[in-house]
Write a protein that binds this ligand. Structure first.
Ligand code: FES
Length: 103
């Protein structure tokens, strides 16, 4: 079952941008697109690059190392050389706070 934990303030997200968020031992990438918040692991599945250093275009994040791409909504690969999906996490927004289900 879903277990949402308080991740950050909604004020720390920016429309059309990705931010890096450390939470416990997790390094997360948090995206704001069309007023919705999305979250994935920050580490690229292809190498030692942080997606938060990449380029967000629509619902796709492009890795800064080899330009692999992932859909931020479900983590699936949309462009090689990435081949393994990045984990994505459900998000809820309430009272100006962003909650994530890391379970
Ligand atoms: Fe991300 Fe290679 S490290 S595509």
């Amino acid at each position: 079952s879903a277990q949402y934990t308080d991740l950050m303030s909604l004020d720390d997200t920016f429309e059309g941008e990705v931010v890096r968020v450390e939470h416990g031992d997790k390094n997360l990438a948090v995206y704001s697109v069309n007023g919705e918040i999305y979250c994935t692991d920050n580490l690229c599945t292809h190498g030692n690059a942080l997606l938060s250093d990449g380029f967000l275009e629509g619902f796709e994040i492009e890795c800064p190392f080899h330009q692999g791409r992932f859909d931020i909504r479900d983590g699936r690969v949309t462009c090689e050389p990435a081949s393994k999906a990045v984990k994505s996490y459900p998000i809820k927004v309430s009272d100006g706070r962003v909650f994530v289900d890391l379970s």
